[in-house]
Design a protein around this ligand. Structure first.
Ligand SMILES: Cc1cc2nc3c(=O)[nH]c(=O)nc-3n(C[C@H](O)[C@H](O)[C@H](O)COP(=O)(O)OP(=O)(O)OC[C@H]3O[C@@H](n4cnc5c(N)ncnc54)[C@H](O)[C@@H]3O)c2cc1C
Length: 61
């Protein structure tokens, strides 16, 4: 149901979801090395990280 693995969280600025190594590259959802039990945690993680990235992008417009 959820893919384990993905980009290590220490490679990201977790306040923006932007890559530390590639400016302008945002990693969210299942592309992250972050997964939880079923029951909504994974969908919430996908929504939340997507929103954080979108808010940072909007702030740069
Ligand atoms: C059967 C099943 C049941 C689940 N049940 C639960 C649950 O009960 N609770 C829970 O929290 N989580 C559950 N999950 C996990 C949850 O749905 C996922 O973790 C979450 O949807 C991941 O979101 P995402 O946006 O990272 O990836 P996805 O939802 O996979 O979105 C990726 C999107 O990218 C698109 N895409 C792919 N390649 C390209 C490309 N080259 N160009 C453009 N677009 C592309 C795909 O079409 C897709 O729309 C379940 C998953 C499955 C499969």
């Amino acid at each position: 149901m959820v893919t384990a693995g993905g980009l290590s969280l220490d490679q990201l600025n977790m306040k923006t979801m932007e890559s530390k190594n590639a400016k302008g590259l945002y990693i969210v959802g299942e592309a992250l090395d972050l997964d939880g039990d079923t029951g909504g945690y994974n969908i919430q993680m996908a929504f939340t990280t997507g929103m954080i990235a979108a808010e940072d992008l909007n702030s740069k417009l």
